[in-house]
Design a protein around this ligand. Structure first.
Ligand code: ATP
Ligand code: GLA
Ligand code: MG
Length: 509
């Protein structure tokens, strides 16, 4: 079987749905590139998109499958290579000031101060993982890089500008140093660990969606036994299915809020998995973001003697998840949460050991650890993803029913995030209610939540009504001074776009 490698294109029309809108953007980027680096012709030009997740939230780092798609908005990097071991990083957006730094002479990795919120760290982490891989594979990695970056994925908005960014910075490092035949899988594996270097202990969904994205297709991404991405189109329905993205405009910076939001959830799901394993007397693989075990590990160990492994058959996997949901209820007895002392005692370790193992590299703050709620969300959400996929694969003949069923799953996902994973906000709930009242079949947070965007599944004949209602009842109410341009960026019908691209000999067509 051939190994899929990162796609090359030279025409913008091969990459974007509305290429004409992109032409002035690329022209402006190249003009600024010339002003800064003295030539209009970059040695390398690459782009990688943001993503919207249709369903399957906060389960990628528990190693359950998710269903995202790439969006058209992306990060572009125009790159000049030099033999001087210096990295120069600049941005077309003046909010992100330029920096220059030396590559360490002894070949050691560049420093990243993860305690600082610095946009250039998102470039440095691509350098670190790229160089590490190159060194292990005997590639020299001494090339100097001068890069100019242009991004239009809104930041901190749930559309994963960070993944688009680190996929580009990792790819840039590999290509710059002569590693040209980059497989999509390698790029996914390398870029997935990038954000861990900037203090965000995230999973692999966003990078997978950004790299493997395909026009008009969503992706079913599985992480075990190995990364596997299956592309699929949506069934023909009447009316057509559309996805509207509505940004709450509440910015959630994952790195800054990690100790109480994202990184804390990673600790909670890890401890939840260990608690279940302990009570079931199971040995689970010490993998996952904290290298200690995952809920998926509990499933695999619990059904180790079953003839059908989890993930092989949808129907069977759903049954396995039902069993897990029962076990969560039975085994995680303290429904309101565990104090540090309580969970340490359950896991038969000292508080010091618990803190050192799970809370030192990524510090967290909490009163109690809500293991039951997190576990309940993860297993029910993993099941909703399979239910969603199964509906797409075997759609009911009646389009209305299909749309309603898909929408219900998205609504249940939102309720579970609000009530069990606690990553919603009143603003996100409000957008979902307005959308549903005005014809959306389903409405939910997309991405990490705690702010950011929602994804709304709408029959095409209702999209405008949903958009108009949100303009009036959400945006104009909360942001009375919002401009038409800001509104157009915040609220749009989104089509699945293409994934990471290397642009050779750019032709502005
Ligand atoms: P989410 O992770 O919720 O989907 P997100 O990825 O947009 O949303 P973060 O993970 O917080 O949000 O990452 C945002 C950070 O990524 C920014 O604060 C900035 O450091 C970096 N970043 C993203 N896009 C750009 C860009 N165009 N230029 C410079 N830095 C960027
Ligand atoms: C962020 C992370 C992903 C995933 C989502 C929540 O986008 O980067 O890995 O965990 O949150 O589903
Ligand atoms: Mg992000």
């Amino acid at each position: 079987m051939s190994v899929p490698t990162v796609v090359h294109h030279n025409k913008l029309s091969e990459i974007y749905d509305k290429a004409t809108v992109q032409v002035p953007r690329y022209e402006a980027l190249l003009k600024k590139f010339e002003e800064r680096y003295g030539t209009k012709k970059p040695d390398l030009l690459i782009r990688s998109p943001g993503r919207v997740n249709v369903i399957g939230e906060h389960i990628d780092y528990c190693f359950f499958s998710v269903l995202p798609m790439a969006v058209e908005a992306d990060i572009i990097m125009a790159i000049q290579l030099t033999d001087e071991p210096v990295i120069e990083v600049a941005n077309t957006n003046p909010d992100f000031p330029a920096t220059k730094f030396d590559l360490p002479k002894d070949g050691s990795p560049v420093d990243i101060d993860a305690t600082k919120s610095d946009w250039v760290n998102y470039f440095r982490c691509g350098l670190v993982v790229g160089q590490d891989y190159l060194k292990k594979n005997n590639y020299p990695c001494t090339k100097g890089i001068k890069v100019l970056i242009d991004g239009n994925v809104p930041t901190g908005s749930g559309l994963s500008s960070s993944a688009a960014f680190v996929v580009c910075s990792t790819l840039c490092t590999l290509l710059a140093n002569g590693y040209t035949d980059v497989s999509k899988k390698l790029l996914t594996q390398l870029s997935t660990v990038c954000e861990q270097h900037v203090g965000v202990n995230s999973g692999g969904m966003d990078q997978s969606a950004s790299i493997w994205g395909l026009k008009d297709h969503a992706l079913f991404v599985s992480f075990l036994p190995d990364l596997n991405v299956v592309e699929f189109g949506f069934p023909e329905t009447n009316p057509k299915l559309e996805f509207v993205i509505a940004n709450s405009l509440v910015v959630s910076n994952k790195q800054e809020t990690g100790p109480v939001n994202y990184n804390l959830r990673v600790v909670e799901v890890t401890l939840g998995a260990l608690l279940m394993a302990k009570k079931l007397n199971l040995t689970i693989k010490p993998d996952g973001n904290l290298q200690a075990g995952t809920f998926r590990g509990v499933v695999d160990a619990y059904f180790a003697n079953d003839k059908t492994p989890y993930g092989q058959d949808i129907e069977d996997s759903r049954k396995k998840l039902d069993k897990m949901i029962e076990l969560v209820d039975e085994l995680i007895t303290q429904k309101d949460g565990y104090t540090t002392e309580q969970i340490a005692s359950e896991l038969e370790m000292s508080v010091d050991e618990l803190k050192t193992k799970f809370m030192t590299k990524y510090p967290v703050r909490y009163e109690v650890l809500k293991l039951y709620r997190r576990a309940y969300h993860v297993f029910t959400e993993a099941k909703r993803v399979l239910d969603f996929l199964s509906l797409l694969q075997n759609p009911p003949a009646d389009s209305q029913k299909l749309i309603a069923d898909l929408g219900n799953l998205m609504n249940q996902s939102q309720d579970s995030q609000r009530d069990y994973f606690n990553n919603s906000l009143p603003q996100l709930d409000e957008i979902c209610s307005i959308a549903r009242e005005n014809g959306a079949a389903g409405a939910r947070i997309t991405g990490a939540g705690f702010g950011g965007s929602t994804v709304l599944l709408t029959p095409a004949n209702k999209s405008q009504q949903v958009i108009d209602a949100l303009k009036k009842d959400y945006y104009k109410k909360h942001y009375p001074k919002i401009t038409d341009e800001e509104l157009a960026d915040a609220l749009l019908v989104s089509k699945p776009g293409s994934g990471t691209t290397i642009i050779d000999n750019l032709s502005l067509e």
